[in-house]
Design a protein around this ligand. Sequence first.
Ligand SMILES: Cc1cc2nc3c(=O)[nH]c(=O)nc-3n(C[C@H](O)[C@H](O)[C@H](O)COP(=O)(O)OP(=O)(O)OC[C@H]3O[C@@H](n4cnc5c(N)ncnc54)[C@H](O)[C@@H]3O)c2cc1C
Length: 406
Amino acid sequence: MTRTDQLTDLRSTPRGKVLISGAGIAGPALAFWLNRHGYAVTVVEKAPTPRSGGYPVDVRGTALEVVRRMGILPRLREAHIDLRRLTFLAGDGSEVASLHPHAITGGVEGRDLEVRRGDLTDALHRAVRDDVEFLFNDSIDTLDQSGDGVDVTFRGGGARTFDMVVGADGTHSRTREMLFGPEERFHRYLGHCFAVFTMRNTFGLSQEALMWNTPGRAAALYAVGDDDEVHAFLNFARQEPPLDVFRNPEAQRPLIAAAFADAGWELPGIIAALRDADDLFFDGVGQIRMPRWSSGRIALVGDAAYAPSFLTGQGTSLALVGAYMLAGSLADRDHAAGLAAYEHHLRAFVTVNQAQVGEGDSALFPTTARALERRNDRLRGLGAVPSAEGRPAHSALALPEFTPRT
Ligand SMILES: Cc1cc2nc3c(=O)[nH]c(=O)nc-3n(C[C@H](O)[C@H](O)[C@H](O)COP(=O)(O)OP(=O)(O)OC[C@H]3O[C@@H](n4cnc5c(N)ncnc54)[C@H](O)[C@@H]3O)c2cc1C
């Protein structure tokens, strides 16, 4: 074989076949980078299409460099929401403080991004859809890695063998459950439940958010543009997670309504809208913490491995950075060395970002009257102009260059 033949062979022969479960944020980002590093990639997603719409998510710090290297930063800049104002309200609806949102989130004006989750998944999917195989409306049924690869059967029928499988299937990852056991072992419940849904914007809000608090309860209205809809968000403290209610959609609306039964301000209207909403999402506020993110030829990425909770606003950024680091770690190593390197180089970044939860918790959802009063005093004392420096945790990892194979 000549040197040219060898090079051609190297380029046309994939390094290996990888199956990714989940086409949210981490899944397509990982598919993009694995493809760049010479892997043949298949993504299986249980939803029928990439999920559009949805609540706003942040891309900050190190994750901005990931999307820049993917070539989708200009598109995301166009989709940037540019929320102008966040107004905190007391129980009777009176104003406590009105601030630039970055003063609370630690974001940096003109640099950090806030986009609709659907705009991000769409940009990621477009960047990779011509180069990798997507199987929508399907999911993994069984995994067996007792041989030289991972034997997979699909719920929709059929069986295939891959060199590696990666679970990018979110906080309630089924891949994680199949590999490491029940979610309870890794889920750290943070003492709150939340609901999100869309409702009519009868409040005249435009590119701004309102946040109403009483001790242990919060309601937010979030207008990403000046259109007819707002994202409504309800949060309430609850010592034990209502596991039976998470599993039973019928029981969710009554539980949420009861938590806000005697609340003032616009809550009666918001609860009425909750009863009619067709896109209700209800869950516990929590983190996923695991001692290891892989076993054999199967690994986890994004929320499935290290969900930091929306209190940190860092879930999307961790998913993007995690995908980049996992693919890069496998660029020139076999699966065992690559997965070890992934954990080794990413762990500290995950830990420091998961630790941000303390700040989000006390700023957004104080649970006692004293804590709420202290929080409100702090808000009144904050300057209207946010700092030009982001939180150090957001940029705590300097992104290495991994040489793409193709
Ligand atoms: C209400 C709310 C507000 C948030 N706000 C912010 C914010 O302001 N900033 C921020 O950065 N983050 C925020 N987040 C978190 C952010 O959405 C996640 O951290 C991020 O989406 C993680 O990406 P992921 O790809 O790991 O998981 P996900 O986005 O959850 O994607 C998982 C994908 O896997 C699919 N899937 C699940 N199970 C299976 C299966 N068995 N088979 C096949 N496919 C499967 C799902 O359909 C989904 O497409 C918020 C989350 C919520 C719920």
